[in-house]
Design a protein. Structure first.
Length: 452
């Protein structure tokens, strides 16, 4: 017997065949034939003909693929407002699909991530304030409409937000952050405390780095295909050439940087010198930049840009802390407490997780809460571990693909970095390392998903 799958709508007969196969079937014996197609073989809203042939007998089945909701409208009112204080309305109407009921999900964009305003539900409208600190005071509001088979259509509308003053933002944070926050409140609050000051940072492209987004006054990570100090930084990222890769280290006279090997520059005396790693924002003039051996945790005298076994870290003056020493001790402790409270609330919300979309949204929210490792204090260890374990359990239960869980890697990495006080670079180990010792179990659970 053999079978064929064709798309009759094709104008060229030779191109009608989508897939085919054959199998030997014993005479006078009932047999089951399984037809297997590669993912994405069938296009949406198309009709296909599946034909089975066995000697002189044949059977034909028509298959019509699903299509997502269509012909609807999406409105956001107003399109211009103030951070924190303006209440925005999001309305979806007129959406049509034969596979009812329809469900609607609203999100806003923060630093390239989709964060929930309203989780997928039958409610076709929502209201919310929007956070401060969004890049260029602009965000996209996205609507995703689902039919009963989870086929979906997405629409986006841009919103401009006028900045609010510091006192308004501070009072808002104090009023909204608690250990019983909603997911929307968590996403708005964490977007505010993750905001960065990128004023004056205009040369990132010349450094072959992404735009400023994660660290104050600091360019983002290296562009694809370029190599340099990992993470955010203001040191150049380079694209090693085949010629320079085989070139010995140069120490002779130079006139310009191009006379030197990769990861070197031409200094004022005309010598090629290896580029050293830099501390973020030069420690804000509130500390000194020290080089730390990544393997031993001890200080070292040199840390070249191309080195993978050392880091440049700020050792902050007394009374200051954070990655770049920009925060006072009180400010850092307050941010640590805020993130700890949000983690507790996040875990309360995750108990209600009941779909793949909710797992994916939880990953994005947790990644935002844990974005800055230096603002995760000792009190965040237990709730963060709980959050990681819960998400992985739900991911396994709902069959979430590992590609959707990428944000968990940064959260795990930041979890591992919480070894005590983050007020200076001299971190102390926990006397009780019970929570830290659970990390390998979490990593094992993640590995099992990636291998599935």
């Amino acid at each position: 017997s053999n079978w064929t799958l064709v798309y009759p709508g094709n104008l060229y007969p030779s191109r009608n065949l989508i897939a085919s196969g054959q199998r030997f079937i014993s005479a006078k014996k009932l047999s089951v034939v399984y037809v297997q197609l590669s993912p994405f073989t069938l296009k949406m809203s198309k009709t296909y003909t599946l034909t089975f042939h066995c000697q002189k007998l044949s059977s034909v089945i028509s298959i019509h693929t699903n299509s997502p909701p269509a012909r609807g409208r999406f409105r956001v009112v107003p399109r211009l407002g103030f951070e924190i204080t303006t209440s925005f309305s999001f309305v979806a109407n007129g959406w049509d699909d034969e596979d009812l009921p329809l469900e609607y999900q609203f999100c806003f964009t923060s630093l390239g991530r989709e964060l929930l305003i309203q989780l997928k539900s039958k409610l076709s409208n929502a209201t919310s304030t929007l956070p401060s600190g969004l890049q260029n005071h602009f965000t996209n509001i996205t609507l995703e409409v689902f039919d009963s088979f989870s086929a979906s259509t997405m629409r986006a509308i841009g919103i401009t937000l006028q900045p609010s003053d510091f006192l308004t933002i501070s009072n808002f944070i104090d009023s909204i952050v608690s250990s019983s926050m909603s997911t929307t409140a968590i996403n708005i609050a964490v977007s505010i405390i993750n905001s960065v000051n990128c004023s004056g940072v205009t040369n990132c492209f010349r450094l072959n780095r992404r735009d400023c987004s994660d660290e104050d006054f600091t360019c983002g990570s290296c562009l694809d295909g370029f190599f340099g100090a990992p993470g955010s930084g203001n040191s150049p990222c380079l694209k090693p050439s085949i010629a320079s890769a085989s070139m010995p280290t140069r120490n002779y006279f130079c006139r310009m940087d191009s006379d030197c090997s990769d990861f070197q520059y031409c200094n004022a005396t005309g010598s090629c010198v290896k580029i050293s790693k830099q501390c973020p924002n030069l420690c804000s003039n509130r500390g000194i930049c020290v080089f730390i051996n990544s393997n031993t945790g001890l200080s070292c005298n040199h840390c070249e840009l191309s080195s993978t076994d050392c880091q440049a870290k700020c050792q902050c003056d007394v009374g200051f802390g954070g990655t770049n020493c920009a925060l006072s001790t009180a400010q850092l402790e307050r941010k640590q407490k805020l993130r700890e409270q949000m983690l507790v609330s996040f875990n309360d919300q995750s108990i209600k997780t009941s779909s793949v979309q909710e797992v994916v949204s939880s990953v994005a929210t947790l990644s935002q809460i844990t974005q800055k490792a230096d603002e995760l204090g000792p009190g965040a260890v237990a709730p963060l571990l709980t959050a990681l374990d819960d998400i992985l359990q739900y991911a396994v239960a709902f069959g979430v693909r590992y590609e959707k869980l990428g944000g968990l890697l940064s959260s795990m990495d930041n979890f591992a970095s919480i070894q005590g006080t983050t007020l200076t670079t001299q971190r102390k180990l926990y006397s009780d390392s019970t929570d830290i010792m659970k990390l390998p179990q979490t990593l094992t659970a993640y590995t099992s998903i990636t291998a599935a």
